[in-house]
Ligand binder design. Structure first.
Ligand SMILES: Cc1cc2nc3c(=O)[nH]c(=O)nc-3n(C[C@H](O)[C@H](O)[C@H](O)COP(=O)(O)OP(=O)(O)OC[C@H]3O[C@@H](n4cnc5c(N)ncnc54)[C@H](O)[C@@H]3O)c2cc1C
Length: 411
């Protein structure tokens, strides 16, 4: 198979590269602390860049024009994304909304007021968060205990979500709740979108070991929303959840962040017994192995791209890209800290090597192996749905949800 650009794609790439070079924001104006995700200065640059792209027809390139897209092909969108990445423009704020959640809203809701939320998200004016996980529903994503009860034209929602990335700053969220506990667990779920300012929603940030507080608990106390905000059928939420999770794994598996080029550059500048670390045979062997894996991730992302270009939701194979990317990211960050020797222990942006970028990645990397589905869950998916191996025993599959024993009720 040939992964090179066709002549037409190469022309498009050259046009896009020139446009990005002429219009890219200058990230050099940000100090070390300001360069971190969710810092207001960083976020504002990201917002303006997204609006610049939207004005020029480069935001959500493959989406229909009526929703703020440009009606171009998924391949052209991928070329643009690759060029953006190459230019160091990797902003996380809009990925959840634009790559994971809003495709589900577009596919499963035809209410004009709901769809009116899409163009501002495409311009980067509004941020979305994913309100799926709960204290007893992470890997078991159908184990949702938050409830929605119908009340006339509205629904009243109660419960708790957790580990919601960016909820502290999000304008809207996509929420999955249980609407019928008498059905088996996958069958009684419904999805809604919510305005995060709706009365009854409280967001409490969780500080993690990298120092950031961009994961959150979200409490839902008698939150009232209209039925028009439903995404998909009543009790038909599982299909929506599955399509968003596949989108998420595909987006994660496309892999952003520090690359083999970054660690190669670090090694080339770091003195060792024989010249620099880059001259060390053991490091060179590791780097070659890492490069092979990085290429495997890149090629796996082409497979995802092929299904996107056919208008399909990425399949279970995208789990392989996510598994490999998150593990290799952690391995690379650990290797970078080893190379730095004693300096690896310094993680303050002011004094650490490269403003502490590798230290920060190291402290974040463990979370990458959990978010979007843990390593074990990715391996289960690959085993069962890609390789066709026998499935896990699932004793609760056909049992009404209310009859499934739960930690709290067992005591
Ligand atoms: C950085 C980060 C960002 C996140 N962002 C979001 C977000 O925006 N929105 C959101 O809703 N959630 C988010 N999450 C939550 C994430 O989806 C869950 O943490 C994840 O699904 C794991 O669930 P859990 O934490 O409840 O662990 P558990 O499900 O309790 O798992 C505990 C351990 O048991 C293992 N395990 C569980 N079941 C099985 C099984 N069947 N077979 C083998 N091993 C198993 C797991 O692999 C894990 O090692 C995020 C998490 C992280 C770390």
């Amino acid at each position: 198979m040939n992964f090179e650009d066709s002549p037409e794609e190469a022309r498009y790439r050259a046009t896009v590269r020139a446009w990005i070079a002429a219009n890219a924001p200058d990230l050099g104006v940000l100090g070390p602390a300001e360069s971190r995700n969710w810092h207001p200065a960083h976020r504002e640059i990201a917002r303006r860049w997204q609006a610049t792209k939207a004005d020029a027809g480069y935001a959500c390139l493959s989406w229909p024009r009526e929703w703020g897209g440009a009606g171009r092909t998924a391949i052209e969108e991928a070329i643009f994304n690759q060029e953006e990445l190459r230019a160091g423009l990797q902003f996380i704020y809009f990925i959840t909304g634009l790559n994971v959640l809003l495709p589900a809203l577009l596919a499963h809701n035809s209410d004009p007021q709901s769809l009116a939320r899409i163009p501002p998200a495409v311009r980067g004016d509004e941020i979305w968060c994913q309100l799926f996980s709960e204290p007893s529903s992470g890997s078991d994503s159908a184990g949702i205990r938050s409830t929605a009860r119908r009340d006339g034209d509205d629904w009243v929602i109660n419960g708790q979500k957790v580990w919601n990335s960016g909820a502290q700053a999000a304008d809207y969220g996509l929420l999955v709740v249980r609407t019928d506990p008498d059905l088996p667990k996958h069958k009684g779920l419904t999805v809604f979108w919510v305005d995060m300012k709706t009365p009854g929603i409280a967001v409490r940030p969780i500080r993690v070991m990298s120092g950031e507080a961009e994961l959150n608990e979200v409490f839902l106390d008698a939150v009232r929303i209209p039925d028009t905000q439903r995404v998909g059928a009543v009790n038909g939420g599982w299909q929506v959840v599955i399509s968003t999770l596949m989108n998420e794994r595909a987006a994660l598996g496309m892999g952003t962040g520090l690359s083999w080029r970054d660690i190669m550059a670090l090694a080339a500048r770091t003195p060792s017994f024989e010249g620099t670390v880059l001259d060390d045979p053991a490091f060179r062997e590791w780097l070659a192995d890492y490069y092979v894996n990085a290429e495997a991730i890149r090629l796996l992302s082409f497979r995802t791209l092929t299904s996107l270009s056919r208008g399909e939701v990425p399949g279970p194979a995208s789990s392989a890209g996510k598994l490999l990317w998150s593990n290799k990211t952690q391995e690379m960050a650990a290797q970078a800290l080893d190379i730095q020797g004693h300096f690896g222990l310094l993680d303050g942006a002011a004094e650490a090597v490269r403003d502490g970028a590798f230290q920060h990645r190291f402290l974040w990397a463990a979370g990458l192996r959990l978010g979007g589905g843990t390593d074990e869950i990715m391996k289960n998916i690959i085993a069962e749905r890609v390789l066709g191996l026998p499935a896990d025993i699932r004793v609760d599959k056909d049992v009404p949800f209310r009859d499934i024993p739960h930690g709290r009720s067992a005591h």
